[in-house]
Write a protein that binds this ligand. Structure first.
Ligand code: SF4
Length: 91
């Protein structure tokens, strides 16, 4: 499936919601989660999670990955070899 075809599977509403919440989470992740009890995570379905890498991108190299099987934004468990549309390369 091409990148364009895969992108077509994501509804505009899903994409806008994920982009808005993801951007907000990225901005606040450097501050603290102390102010909120338990940050709500996306379901794996919402994040279009897959248990295999995509185009060389994988959870293990994502800034949101929390070893060994957790993610800051997506409900676990997630595989180190997994991937989702919220992927952010570690700097
Ligand atoms: S790619 Fe990143 S954001 Fe997505 S599930 Fe893996 S660690 Fe989480």
């Amino acid at each position: 499936m091409s990148e364009h075809e895969r992108f077509g599977l994501v509804s505009r509403r899903d994409l806008l919601n994920i982009a808005a919440v993801g951007a907000s989470a990225l901005v606040t992740s450097g501050v603290s989660y102390a102010a909120s009890a338990a940050p709500k995570k996306f379901t794996q379905k919402q994040a279009h999670y897959q248990p295999i890498p995509k185009s060389g991108q994988r959870c293990q190299t994502c800034a949101l990955w929390q070893p060994p099987t957790d993610c800051q934004q997506v409900e676990g468990p997630v595989s180190p070899a997994g991937w989702c549309i919220l992927y952010v390369r570690k700097s």
